[in-house]
Write a protein that binds this ligand. Structure first.
Ligand code: ADP
Length: 300
């Protein structure tokens, strides 16, 4: 029996892609798509040719996060053309094929496998430095498919995104075990929403009077701090949002002997940039999260 013809076609198509990075998470809502989108913006921002492939068939959020909602895929004689954000950042997602963003995709495994196969063999990316693949959460049919196809054509490895809570980390351990079983190298784990960084101005903390009544810090008090201790104004305070008393992702990485890539704080400006389909790297308000993300990108 010869090799699977689809695998040969995928290998042909992927021959023009230098690096492939798979983005995984144990649970949904931890920031996996946000990370995939911002990683792609970061790589494209330094002039790499980047493709972002969204295989989250049941919950594609990549078109929105790249500002491409309502766009459609076009067919050329070379294959399906990605939708471009910039000339060096192309995106492919089932989201572009749905008649309405609220449409539910209810597909069984074989159909999902068929689409993933098609995405890998029929999309004409051209020469790419990086193909970033945003997977759905968990370890289901799509993961078995993508792992099999990417492995056959060579994959750099997977980045796993989590939040610091134990409930998320339990599923990350499963994700790590999945990667080990299917032979996908683990590039590392990112701890997202790991705390919130605020300056005194952001905090606008309340004074509690002797009576126990709360009172907002007045403009005069702030003015007094500004005058007498200006450094305090820009002092960044990082508060934890979730219980990480069990050590969070960093300890888990140590225990499971996988690289820890870094922490990204909860940042409302990053959330806004993601919702509006923008890069956080060109938004000065996102300085805390963008700096943290950049450090992680530099490690990949
Ligand atoms: P997932 O892909 O894991 O389901 P998303 O990337 O869709 O998660 O993120 C879920 C929500 O959380 C989105 O609204 C996103 O903008 C927001 N979000 C993700 N990471 C952060 C962060 N570090 N700070 C603030 N909001 C974030």
């Amino acid at each position: 029996k010869g090799p699977d013809p689809a695998l040969v076609e995928i290998a042909d198509r992927m021959a023009t892609v230098k690096h492939k990075i798979l983005i995984l998470s144990g649970k949904g809502g931890v920031g996996k798509s946000t990370f995939s989108a911002q990683l792609s913006f970061a790589l494209a921002g330094v002039d790499y040719d980047v493709g972002l492939l969204d295989i989250d068939i049941c919950g594609p959020s990549i078109p929105k996060m790249l500002g491409l909602e309502g766009q459609e895929i076009h067919q050329s004689n070379l294959g399906w053309s990605p939708v471009y954000v910039e000339s060096n950042l192309g995106v492919m997602s089932i989201g572009f094929m749905l008649p309405h963003p609220d449409e539910a995709v209810i597909w069984r495994g074989p159909r999902k496998d068929g689409l993933i196969k098609q995405f890998l063999k029929d999309v004409y990316w051209g020469e790419l430095d990086y193909l970033v693949v945003d997977a759905p959460p968990g370890t289901s049919d799509e993961h078995i498919s993508i792992a099999q196809y990417l492995k056959a054509t060579g994959v750099d490895g997977a980045v796993i995104v989590t939040t610091p809570q134990e409930v998320s980390l339990i599923d990350v351990r499963k994700e790590i075990s999945f990667c080990k079983k299917v032979g996908i190298p683990i590039l590392g784990v990112v701890e997202n929403m790991s705390g919130i960084e605020q300056t005194i101005l952001d905090l606008r903390f309340k004074k509690v009077r002797e009576s126990g009544e709360e009172e907002d810090v007045t403009e005069e008090t702030l003015e007094c701090i500004r005058k007498n201790a200006p450094d305090l104004m820009s002092l960044v305070v990082c508060s934890e949002l979730f219980d990480s008393s069990q050590g969070g992702a960093m300890k888990m990485c140590k225990d499971m002997q996988v690289p820890f890539l870094g922490k990204v704080p909860m940042d409302p400006h990053l959330c806004k940039a993601a919702e509006e389909g923008r890069s956080c790297f060109s938004d000065t308000k996102c300085s805390a999260s963008a700096a943290a993300l950049q450090k992680i990108v530099n490690k990949l």
